[in-house]
Design a protein around this ligand. Structure first.
Ligand SMILES: Nc1ncnc2c1ncn2[C@@H]1O[C@H](COP(=O)(O)OP(=O)(O)OP(=O)(O)O)[C@@H](O)[C@H]1O
Length: 440
């Protein structure tokens, strides 16, 4: 028999707590009782429980606080809450934040056992190197699709706004696939200079052109039998689209200056924030290539449509920044979490990451404040005292649009220019004219 699953019971009721423990033991689990939030966090650190059953009201903190801390430490842990009649709103909030379910008191223990068994059976240990992408229903669906796609060797196209985590999703797919031990190579198709694109992707032989002093192994070859991610695939120039079609169709490629083709063994995954079908209609993307690549399409939803993921991602990104910067511990108290929950994240997870990193780097104390995360809120200009002229109104609108695009692109001017449909040079000129030269 497999080792019994550890279930942490957080309940200060002297009757219900021990009764649940006894029942769980009879059901074959290894239960552990904690009567306060602090004890629950200590037990969780010592035991790494497989599931949690918690009261919503505890003597020292709310079940909500316990859950948020557990979420930050252990990710998507199945959690069930027991609540009195008047606390249902809080319980519903917890389910939105990723808790599995809530039961009103008096607790129907049989129903609780059925739900617990189902949750633990349906929750196989995630792959060690692929932490969950989120806890929201939307991201659970994306994960389930990626896991299914991982089993079959067909191309996948990931779509979604900039910064939603398409590359992270591609890595998740790779880690869940039988190719996990092979290389994962990501190419940003929008960033390769046109004149180097072919040799960067396919490699070149020594002496293939002036300056080719040594053989260069292209990214396609570096991917070996692993996964090749073509990020921003919609930006690929037409001649490279033709070569990519050949790569997908024939499973072979020709390095620049080589006499013979080489076999291509990797799996192709593409990512784009553009509407590829629309690019095909506009004649900018080859239809035959589109059909070859778009066998399984997965849309990664923007962060504002899955607010349940914000606490988990914020906690993860905070832990990451704290570890990297080595500036000592930092915490996100509930006021800061509430500010994060209210924002609509036009720049998605990249924006969340940037805000957390900046706050960790610049905050004075251990606790991050809403103003550390959203310093611009304190700098909103006062409303104009006199009516605007058409020129100033147009200038203000252009400034707002540029700032918004910079925010969405996580501060990248190239990304902002793309969003605004202008060249980088035009953006730079307009920013100087509008007095935005130092931003971005
Ligand atoms: N599930 C996640 N957990 C932690 N960090 C994440 C997660 N998803 C994305 N990120 C972080 O958010 C940032 C943007 O992610 P990523 O590069 O995957 O987005 P993208 O959609 O590919 O962006 P772009 O369209 O600009 O290429 C990265 O810093 C990444 O590490």
């Amino acid at each position: 028999m497999s080792t019994p699953k550890v279930v942490l019971v957080v309940e200060d009721d002297p009757v219900l707590g021990p009764a649940l423990v006894q029942r769980l033991r009879l059901e074959g689990y290894r239960p552990r009782l904690a009567e306060t939030g602090a004890a629950a966090l200590r037990e969780a650190a010592a035991l790494a429980p497989d599931a949690v059953l918690s009261d919503i009201r505890l003597p020292d903190m709310s079940g909500e606080e316990v859950y948020r801390r557990l979420l930050a430490e252990y990710g998507a842990l199945p959690a069930f809450f027991m609540t009195a009649f008047g606390e249902v709103a809080q319980a519903v909030r917890l389910v939105r934040a990723g808790a599995r379910d809530y039961l009103t008191k008096p607790v129907d223990v049989d129903r609780l056992m059925v739900a617990l068994r189902a949750a633990l059976a349906a929750d196989p240990q995630p792959e060690a190197d692929a932490p969950p992408l989120g806890v929201s229903p939307a991201m659970r669906t994306v994960e389930a699709t990626l896991r299914k796609a991982a089993r079959v060797d067909v191309p996948v196209v990931l779509t979604g706004e900039t910064g939603v985590g398409k590359e992270v999703a591609a890595r998740f797919l790779h880690a869940a696939s039988p190719r996990a031990a092979q290389p994962f190579v990501a190419v940003n198709c929008a960033a390769i200079p046109a004149e180097l694109a072919e040799s960067t992707l396919f490699g070149h032989e020594r002496g293939a052109f002036t300056g080719a002093v040594a053989r260069n192994v292209g990214l396609v070859e570096r991917a070996g039998a692993g996964t090749l991610l073509l990020d921003e695939v919609a930006e690929l120039a037409p001649d490279l689209q033709a070569k990519l079609l050949r790569l997908v169709q024939e499973r072979s490629f020709l390095p620049v200056g080589a006499a013979a083709e080489r076999p291509f063994a990797a799996r192709i995954v593409c990512a784009t924030h553009a509407d590829l079908a629309e690019r095909v209609r506009a004649g900018a993307f080859r239809e035959d290539l589109f059909f070859r690549l778009n066998v399984i399409g997965v849309a990664v939803p923007p962060l504002r449509r899955r607010p349940e993921d914000v606490p988990l991602l914020a906690a993860r990104l905070l832990a990451d920044a704290v570890a990297r910067f080595g500036l000592g511990p930092r915490r996100l108290p509930s006021a800061a979490m509430a500010a994060l929950a209210e924002h609509d994240w036009p720049g998605n997870i990249r924006e969340l990451r940037n805000r957390i990193e900046r706050a960790v780097a610049l905050a004075e104390g251990e606790e991050l404040k809403a103003a550390d995360l959203f310093p611009e809120a304190a700098l909103e200009p006062p409303p104009a005292a006199t009516p605007a002229t058409l020129d100033t109104a147009l200038g203000d609108a252009a400034r707002a649009a540029i700032r918004d695009a910079l925010r969405r692109s996580g501060g990248s001017r190239a990304g902002a220019a793309q969003l605004l449909g202008i060249s980088r040079t035009t953006l730079w000129k307009r920013m100087r004219e509008l007095g935005l030269g130092e931003e971005g």
